[in-house]
Ligand binder design. Structure first.
Ligand code: FAD
Ligand code: NAI
Length: 477
């Protein structure tokens, strides 16, 4: 007979949604358990997503700077600068291990019981944890967790491309792309979204010739159009080749090469491409395999998402769902916010996530970051707006750092001058967007921001100046 344990709350999945929910719940006094089958906490984000990709982005950027910019910056490096892929991977693994281990420590500190094993619904009040082969510390026998409340945070997985077989060697998903053993001479990418452009940047800096095939006529699907086309320009300058409005018909590995057939959507013209590695990055889909959600009759929509109401409830109010496995953008910080709010609903009966204020960041160089409405969305909604723009070329810190590509673009309501959207391409745009988020959350006008004293010389002065430009005139441009 399976062993039985009781908890106030059982969270299935330890990604940014699940682990944050579990810690918050324990802090609020719930006897909380978290079930994870991967063997390491942190989910997609820490293991095969945000963290390893940023480790590679950071170090490939350093390499590129040392190789191509050091001399002009007055740094002489004796001998050639070269890449040691094994060490690059080791540095990445060290960051991942430290952070995933950190979550286990936080679980201990906050009193969250951590079960390593596969979680599935036995019924609406019981989660069965089954042993997972090869996972160190996995439960050794089936364990039943009787739970007053359950939060499902099982995340997402790579969307497969029908007919293309991923071997994680020559034809890879993001997971394989994060662990290549050598730098491919030619890297082809299906999908000009965030994964394609970030991973493309890593390998382009390390010396790959990168070609991106994108179905839509623009890259970065949800970006403001002007920002997307500026982004495309800087990536092109860095050596990217783009085939937009192009669909992939097939791709096949033949020994050490991958042959790809593509077709222009408008003209129907076909073309054959050859690459050493092909990255398939056409999106992610919700993951509920083996969860047994169907046994409970939990509703799943056409896109595979678990259906919930605005309080994260399934048809059972004590079973909530958060993160990538349900509606909304598939972002770590969105999952985290939902984790907190779902637990607050359980404890207090109310919680809050402002879906109109979730930032997006693409960690290329320069970075691209945005929050709130794009120009296209404002036009479609019939809202009249004014634009304030300020280029980093006119920002003293960016000039000093010789890192001045990009601009800040602020969209404000034409009448009230309230900020509606912020779009930044530039160094550290991902940090700067937090200021825009704060302004949006508190309903600031452009003038409110422009009247805040910003330290000099900082990149954030560009944000202030763009706000000034939105309702009046900038000083330095
Ligand atoms: P996940 O992180 O997917 O975690 C779910 C966990 O549940 C997994 O560990 C899984 O093993 C476990 N699980 C599933 N089913 C079961 C079960 N039945 N029993 C036990 N455990 C189970 N987002 C950002 O915001 N910023 C970024 O820079 C960023 N970079 C990314 C880069 C890449 C290459 C990828 C692929 C994604 C990136 N993302 C990024 C997206 C981000 O990783 C996800 O949005 C985030 O991880 C979602 O969190 P989650 O908790 O919903 O799910
Ligand atoms: P994505 O949705 O960002 O981009 C996929 C792209 O592929 C789109 O531009 C789409 O038009 C294109 N596409 C789809 N089908 C195609 C086809 N058949 N042929 C050619 N192009 C096709 O998805 P991506 O890049 O795979 O990322 C998955 C998720 O991970 C995203 O939701 C993203 O939010 C998250 N992520 C976030 C990061 C960040 O915040 N910095 C980094 C990496 C991923």
């Amino acid at each position: 007979l399976a062993e039985k344990k009781k908890h106030d709350l059982v969270v299935v999945g330890s990604g940014p949604g699940g682990y944050v929910a579990a810690i918050k719940a324990a802090q609020l006094g719930f006897d909380t358990a978290c079930v994870e089958k991967r063997g390491r906490a942190g989910g997609t984000c820490l293991n095969v997503g945000c963290i390893p990709s940023k480790a590679l982005l950071n170090n490939s950027h350093l390499y590129h700077q040392m190789k191509h910019e050091a001399k002009q910056r007055g740094i002489d490096i004796s001998g050639d600068v070269s890449v040691n892929v094994a060490q690059l991977q080791k540095a990445k693994d060290t960051s991942v291990k430290q952070l995933t281990g950190g979550i286990e420590m936080l679980f201990k500190k906050n009193g969250v019981t951590y079960y390593k094993g596969h979680g599935s619904f036995e019924d609406e009040n019981n989660i069965k944890v089954s042993p997972v082969e090869g996972v160190e510390g996995s439960v050794t026998e089936e364990t039943i967790l009787e739970a007053k409340n359950i939060i499902v945070a099982t995340g997402s997985e790579v969307t497969p491309f029908p007919g293309i077989k991923i071997d994680e060697e020559r034809i890879v998903s993001s997971t394989g792309a994060l662990s290549l053993k050598e730098v491919p001479k030619r890297l082809a990418i299906i999908g000009g979204g965030i994964i394609g452009l970030e991973m493309g940047s890593v390998y382009s800096r390390l010396g790959s010739k990168v070609s991106v095939v994108e179905f839509l006529p623009k890259i970065g699907a949800t970006m403001d159009d002007e920002v997307a086309s500026a982004t495309q320009k800087f990536l092109k300058k860095q050596g990217f080749d783009f085939k937009l409005g192009t669909k992939v018909l097939s791709a096949e590995r033949n020994g050490d090469v991958v042959n790809i057939e593509v077709e222009n959507v408008k003209s129907g013209k076909k073309e054959s491409l050859e690459a050493d590695v092909l990255l398939v990055a056409i999106g992610r889909r919700p993951y509920i395999q083996g969860l047994n959600a169907e046994k409970l009759g939990l509703e799943v929509d056409k896109r595979g998402r678990l259906v919930i109401d605005e309080q994260f409830n399934t048809k059972f109010p004590h079973i909530k769902v958060i993160g990538d496995v349900t509606f909304g953008p598939m972002l770590a910080h969105k999952a985290e916010e939902e984790g907190i709010a779902a637990v607050e609903y359980l404890k207090e009966g109310h919680g809050h996530v402002n879906y109109a204020n979730i930032p997006s960041v693409m960690y290329t160089h320069p970075e691209v970051a945005w929050v709130g409405k794009t120009e296209e969305q404002l036009k479609e909604a019939g809202i009249s707006y004014k634009i304030g723009k300020f280029p980093f070329m006119a920002n003293s810190r960016a000039k000093t750092n010789q890192d001045s590509d990009g601009f800040v673009k602020i969209l404000i309501d034409a009448e009230t001058e309230r900020i509606l959207g912020a779009h930044i391409i530039g160094p550290n745009a991902g940090e700067m967007i937090a200021e825009a988020g704060l302004a949006l959350e508190y309903g600031a006008s452009a003038e409110d921001v422009a009247r805040v004293c910003h330290a000099h010389p900082t990149l954030s002065e560009a944000f202030k100046e763009a706000n000034l430009a939105a309702y009046s005139k900038s000083i330095n441009f």
